[in-house]
Design a protein around this ligand. Structure first.
Ligand SMILES: NC(=O)c1ccc[n+]([C@@H]2O[C@H](COP(=O)([O-])OP(=O)(O)OC[C@H]3O[C@@H](n4cnc5c(N)ncnc54)[C@H](OP(=O)(O)O)[C@@H]3O)[C@@H](O)[C@H]2O)c1
Length: 326
């Protein structure tokens, strides 16, 4: 295996993974749940598996998926690859919690068990290396929190999962539960426009407890690359139709300006924009990796060319390019 990206230790797990890790949400394809678009348009199974194979061959050995990505489809695509990729060489992460199920709340223990067993079957594996509570909405008075955590710990005791993870779009919401979960790895939303990871106290907690972190949506689903020439409306089933920036002419213009600035600043780097927006997240975070969505071989090739942390000065400069204009 050729290792072309940096390695990071996911804190006290002691596990080393590539600083650029592979996100597979888009591999689930278009999807609508509860009337809301929650998937990705423009998906192709062959392209997605090509991306995974290229990524593995070039050292990206931490793959992130979830039971709900295409209702198990993204997991199934991974499970089909074990004749070409040695299972034990991939650090495999999945999640439970966003499938509403029939019990009136997401984290019903019986339904969690059904979902985790389905994930194991889809992924064609006996054990999932890291399993997350996918979000921190535990119902009125957090009444479903303790049973959900207990269930996750039961999976661990049964050998179905190795490490426990905690995720949410809001780092502040994660902070309400982090002491009680004491996770091995956290998975917060983070990109160069949003640093609630620091302001919420989550970054400090991660440092103090020496746990791993995996930042999700580092490109804000592609928007931060400045690759959109004009405002874009996505098709039904593609969650990006719910993200206002894609349709906002002023945002699209700012992203193009930021792109051009990064191309100038990191001239000479083969992926100046990707290097800037992703490398800024790795600065000062020695136990963190970035979960980069890659849906085809071309994107996996680009991903394999980045993964170095920027200097503090460069990281601040990059973030300043992306701040909303006042
Ligand atoms: N825990 C959670 O609640 C949660 C939530 C969201 C995501 N995640 C995880 O984090 C991962 C990444 O986040 P994300 O999927 O939101 O997206 P992202 O990493 O912010 O953006 C990925 C998208 O950007 C575009 N892209 C990537 N590389 C590119 C390149 N080199 N050139 C041009 N376009 C490129 C691709 O979309 P196009 O080709 O369509 O432009 C790709 O699907 C997910 O896959 C998932 O594993 C977790």
């Amino acid at each position: 295996m050729v290792s072309s990206t940096k390695r990071v230790r996911l804190g006290r797990t002691g596990v080393e993974v590539s600083s650029i890790s592979v996100g597979t949400w888009a591999h689930g394809g278009p999807n609508v749940a509860g009337g809301t678009s929650v998937g990705w348009g423009g998906h192709d199974d062959g392209d997605a598996q090509d991306a995974l194979l290229y990524a593995f061959e070039h050292g990206l050995d931490h793959w992130d998926t979830a039971d709900v990505y295409g209702n198990g489809h993204a997991e199934t695509l991974i499970g089909e690859l074990w004749d070409r990729v040695p299972r034990e060489k991939v650090f495999l992460a999945s999640k439970v919690g966003w499938d509403p199920g029939p019990h009136g709340h997401y984290y019903h223990p019986t339904y969690m068990r059904r979902q985790v067993e389905r994930s194991l079957r889809n992924l064609k594996t006996d054990v999932i290396d890291l399993h997350y509570l996918h979000h921190c909405d535990f119902g009125p008075d957090d009444r479903h929190f303790e049973p959900a955590l207990e269930q996750l710990r039961a999976f661990q005791a049964e050998g179905k999962i190795r490490f426990i993870g905690l995720s949410d779009w809001s780092p502040a919401r994660m902070m309400r539960f982090i002491d009680r979960v004491d996770p091995d790895v956290v998975q917060p939303y983070r990109n160069v426009q949003d640093d609630t990871w620091e302001s919420s106290g989550l970054a400090a907690w991660v440092r103090e407890h020496d746990i791993g972190a995996a930042f999700f949506s580092p490109l804000k689903h592609g928007l931060l690359l400045g690759k959109y020439e004009r405002p874009t409306r996505f098709e039904e089933g593609d969650f990006r139709r719910n993200v206002p920036g894609f349709e906002d002419p002023a945002v699209i213009e700012q992203m193009k300006q930021a792109r051009d600035a990064l191309i100038g600043h990191f001239a000479g780097h083969p992926q100046p924009v990707l290097h800037g927006v992703v490398g800024a997240l790795l600065t000062g975070c020695p136990t963190a990796c970035v979960l980069l969505g890659m849906r085809n071989r071309r994107q996996a090739e680009a991903a394999c060319q980045v993964g170095e942390a920027l200097s503090s000065a460069d990281a601040e400069w990059v973030k300043s390019r992306y701040q909303p204009e006042s």
